[in-house]
Design a protein. Structure first.
Length: 134
């Protein structure tokens, strides 16, 4: 799922499109898959199954941390974009024209898109490493 979300996000970014509902569904499904993988690994560990390498646990847990950090960066995207444009807060956008307001919103969405796309790409690498150490 992370690979799908990373691919869709990279494609949308490269073509100048903001994220759409399908991208966000793919991201949320990828995050859910990371939680399920970590939970499944925990259950298997409790039943006595052990991976061949201790790094497996790192590669299973890190996607959760990556997703959490990405969500925090995504939340900061709006304020970062407002700061870059010299706007103190979202209410200050009321002084902008409709076209300028739309440009700010699209810039925020594209910033969120690239943050979550990068996080999904990192999680793809971590999942591949986990599979190679299992």
């Amino acid at each position: 799922m992370n690979a799908v979300a990373a691919f869709v996000g990279a494609w949308r970014w490269a073509h100048g499109h903001p994220p759409d509902a399908w991208f966000w569904r793919a991201v949320r499904a990828a995050q859910a898959a990371a939680v399920v993988l970590a939970a499944l690994a925990g259950v298997l560990a409790l039943t006595g199954e052990r991976p061949s390498a201790g790094l497996f646990w790192l590669y299973v847990a890190l996607p959760l941390a990556v997703a959490l950090i990405a969500e925090q960066l995504r939340l900061a995207a709006a304020q970062s974009e407002l700061d870059a444009r010299g706007l103190p807060d979202a209410q200050a956008m009321a002084t902008l024209s409709d076209a300028e307001q739309r440009a700010v919103v699209v810039a925020i969405l594209r910033r969120e898109l690239i943050v979550m796309t990068c996080a999904c790409a990192v999680n793809v690498v971590l999942a591949l490493r986990a599979a190679s150490t299992a």
